[in-house]
Design a protein around this ligand. Structure first.
Ligand SMILES: C[S@@+](CC[C@H](N)C(=O)[O-])C[C@H]1O[C@@H](n2cnc3c(N)ncnc32)[C@H](O)[C@@H]1O
Length: 442
């Protein structure tokens, strides 16, 4: 079908202004016409031309002008046609057509996303004792460490996995955050020592980031600016903070929580320490100072949702018994393990958990079991966070492995996990490995 000269002139003018008026799209179009991206771009561009209001004759010529493969033999004839239609040399002509027909690169994310399926992770967990070994099997090898404290876990993980990954020519992505403000005088040994931070930052095979003064439940800005990945292979949390995660606020009323905190910790009040806000607690005849948010109660549901919606695999290490039972009370299907306003304690646990309590208490240090062998797992978790639209609103765990103890051979551990060994009065902590999966909405 012939194209009249007026239509051709008008079209060339459109091409030229599309290119000069939309500079960001023009710049981005460079990636669209790389030899690797061209086949996908060509398909999108042909579809866009097809549904456009361009006159039919012109459409046919445009389609004929798009080379199937860049740099192939039909290049010369295609180049001539493109020149006639757009007045531009081939690559510029293709880029300008992309801009004119609104073909844009798919949004690229700074960090590689984990897309491994829950089934694959489940299989891995059944076959391997060390959940972190999945870093050697799945791409990307990415970890988010929540409440990372002094970064001792981060350093152990790096020492164990970075050399093997580097040998495979694969980076280890390790992002850590903690609510403690690095400039605060409170928090003592939980601060990340500058030397360790520098060592981690200097590792060439490690894509390491540390965000201090960062509440794990306020990640919007970090996620928006892509300072965090949208999804990691592993999300981990070592020695989850107490009392923050030791009580579930959807189960225990504010009055019950306040009473319990006063009974177990002592009187407390917000105060100031030099120039910063602080929490003052009167405990066993002493006045102790903590960061002002120390007694913020978020509960296990918030932590589980945060981890399940950001990781293909969730690992909670050195979980103290109180936090562990509060977490288990959310993981088990039977609602009777979530009694309203009853604080879980050594007196109430046997009654609330029955046989599950007896069997887990009998687990020796180093022992391991699947929670589903003790009780049916909960099938859907209520959302307690404002979940971003790209995350599943409802989730569950298809597998929960429970291991007793703080340290396991070959598994990296945090400094709090290592300290458990010297705490004679503490009962042994737990390691929980959970495989999350989204629950399809009805
Ligand atoms: C018991 S310490 C464990 C530190 C480290 N993971 C370890 O095992 O040695 C708990 C850590 O969680 C941090 N934390 C408490 N609440 C937090 C929150 N909402 N967001 C981020 N970090 C938090 C604390 O500052 C503290 O460093």
């Amino acid at each position: 079908m012939p194209v009249d000269s007026d239509s051709l002139a008008a079209f060339r003018k459109q091409v030229s202004s599309a290119r000069s008026l939309d500079v960001p799209s023009w710049d981005a179009s460079r990636h669209l016409v790389s030899p690797t991206n061209w086949p996908a771009t060509r398909k999108t561009l042909t579809d866009a031309i097809e549904v456009s209001s361009t006159p039919d004759g012109l459409k046919q010529h445009l389609m004929a002008a798009l080379p199937a493969v860049l740099g192939a033999e039909d290049r010369a004839s295609s180049a001539d046609l493109l020149k006639q239609l757009t007045g531009l040399p081939p690559t510029k002509a293709l880029r300008a057509l992309c801009v004119l027909f609104d073909v844009r690169p798919k949004s690229t994310t700074k960090w590689p996303l984990s897309t491994v399926s829950p089934e694959t992770i489940d299989r891995f967990i059944q076959e391997h004792r060390n959940p972190f070994d999945v870093l050697l099997e799945q791409v990307p090898a990415s970890v988010l460490d929540l409440g990372a404290g002094d970064l001792s876990f981060a350093e152990e993980l790096t020492t164990l996995y970075e050399p093997s990954l580097t040998a495979l020519n694969r980076p280890l992505v390790l992002h850590c955050l903690d609510r403690l403000d690095p400039s605060s005088q409170l928090g003592g040994p939980l601060h990340a020592p500058p030397l360790r931070l520098n060592r981690l930052r200097a590792k060439s095979g490690l894509q390491f980031r540390f965000y201090g003064d960062q509440d794990m439940f306020a990640l919007d800005a970090l996620e928006r600016d892509q300072r965090l990945a949208a999804r990691y292979l592993i999300v981990t949390c070592w020695a989850p903070a107490t009392p923050t995660f030791a009580y579930e606020p959807t189960r225990l009323s504010p009055h019950c929580l306040a009473e319990e905190l006063r009974r177990t910790k002592g009187d407390f009040r917000q105060t100031r320490h030099e120039k910063e806000a602080a929490l003052e607690v009167q405990h066993a005849g002493r006045s102790l100072l903590f960061p002002p948010w120390k007694f913020d109660i978020r509960g296990p549901l918030a932590l589980l949702e945060l981890m399940a919606t950001r990781g293909a695999l969730c690992v909670l290490g050195a979980v103290d018994s109180q936090v562990c039972w509060e977490i288990l009370s959310q993981l088990i299907d039977d609602p009777r393990v979530r009694p309203a306003d009853l604080v879980l304690s050594s007196e109430t646990l046997p009654e609330v958990f029955g046989e599950t309590y007896r069997r887990l208490s009998a687990l020796p240090i180093g022992g391991s079991c699947l929670l589903s062998d003790l009780a049916p797992l909960r099938q859907s978790f209520p959302s307690v966070l404002r979940t971003p639209s790209d995350k599943p609103a409802s989730y569950r765990f298809r597998q929960v492995r429970i291991q007793r103890g703080a340290l396991f051979e070959g598994i990296p551990a945090s400094s709090t996990a290592r300290r458990f060994q010297n705490m004679a009065e503490e009962t042994p902590p737990w390691l929980l490995t959970l495989v999350p999966e989204p629950v399809a909405p009805f």
